[in-house]
Design a protein around this ligand. Structure first.
Ligand code: FAD
Length: 91
């Protein structure tokens, strides 16, 4: 069984380091799901937006996500952890 995240199998774009001072209206720090989503939503705003990432795009917590959209997951997992232990809750 695979034990690596499928999110890490995709090669995301790489960009050069900033070499000069730059000015912008919005500076987004971090190229995970939050930062990239914000960048996407500001794309047509007319604002000058710069996103900086200290490592690789999408390789932080974002690369570990299971990608589910749900609002009650945390509550369910807390109950499973209490009854069955952490390994069952994480599986
Ligand atoms: C095992 C697991 C399963 C999950 N499953 C789900 C799920 O099913 N559904 C769901 O909705 N969510 C899930 N999540 C949560 C979700 O993955 C995170 O909430 C989300 O990815 C966080 O995104 P982020 O952009 O805030 O953080 P990150 O992806 O961590 O991005 C932050 C980025 O900021 C960069 N950074 C930090 N400091 C600096 C700095 N000083 N300068 C420049 N860059 C910096 C980091 O290098 C990193 O790339 C899960 C999380 C885990 C761990």
């Amino acid at each position: 069984m695979k034990n690596t995240s499928i999110w890490n199998e995709y090669e995301l774009p790489k960009y050069d380091s900033l070499k000069n001072n730059n000015e912008c209206d919005v500076l987004i720090i971090g190229g995970g799901l939050s930062g990239v989503s914000l960048l996407y939503h500001l794309k047509n705003s007319g604002l000058k937006v710069i996103l900086v990432e200290r490592n690789r795009l999408g390789r932080g917590v974002t690369s570990r996500t299971t990608g589910k959209l749900t609002y009650f997951l945390d509550n369910v997992l807390i109950k499973v952890k209490k009854r069955k232990g952490i390994s069952k809750a994480m599986s």
